[in-house]
Design a binder for this molecule. Sequence first.
Ligand code: HEC
Length: 112
Amino acid sequence: MHKVIVFGAVGLVLVASGSAFADGDAAAGKRKTAMCQGCHGIPGYRTAFPAVYSVPKLGGQHAGYIVKALQAYKSGERGHPTMRAIAAGLSDQDMADLAAYYAADDAKAAAK
Ligand code: HEC
């Protein structure tokens, strides 16, 4: 047991998954998702416009994939303008934390 992640009001889910991703801090990542939620709806979260854009679902995605994708937006390897702007403002630690959070969200995604 390295770290016990306790979510307050919202946290029902992560405990069971045992969070396999040591590098990112899912609890910290959760606090950084405010700017993602409007577009990347989280299962169980009601976002205002779930169907306006075709936006990939992040919950349950592999952490490594999410970090890679964000780095690719930041570097310009991926061209989507909105995500480039967003990734440009993220540090490596931000990316790892966000990835850990979204990856650990798979229990929720499966339960949708
Ligand atoms: C304004 C809407 C918007 C916001 C805000 C936003 N995204 Fe995105 N995101 C998109 C869209 C649209 C795509 C698909 C882009 C493409 O086709 O390359 C995307 C793609 C991604 C991908 C790649 C997914 C895949 O399956 O390849 C990741 C990872 C991602 N976003 C993470 C985030 C994170 C983390 C945040 C918050 C820090 C965030 N996004 C905020 C709209 C948004």
